[in-house]
Design a protein around this ligand. Sequence first.
Ligand SMILES: [Zn+2]
Length: 129
Amino acid sequence: MSDEKTCIRCRETKPASEYRRRPDVMGRLYNRCKTCDAAYLRRWRIDNPGHMSEWRANNPNYHREWRAENRDQENRCQRERRAKNVEKERHRSRACHQRRRARRRSQELAKLENYLNETGNLRQDEASK
Ligand SMILES: [Zn+2]
């Protein structure tokens, strides 16, 4: 194996250190030098704007692992949020209940007042007769 390699892209003969190692073939180097490879990658990223989703598809566990690491924190947040909501919910329903009861009572009072007025009027009518 020679220490120099000719890049298929720029046709320059460069030392092996200027080539990246192929991860799939042991001891083999890429046919493109690092400079051309970087340019190719940049070009490829522009041509493939969806490569991130592809990367995600190739790394399906990444997000799950991240979540597992952050699960405790996430759970605590959720619990706190829920507790806060329950408190708010309870408060709201209590307020609603009180308001409803107050309204009913005032309606009953109004009804009673009406009744008393009417009977009072009746009595007054009767008395005036
Ligand atoms: Zn090159």
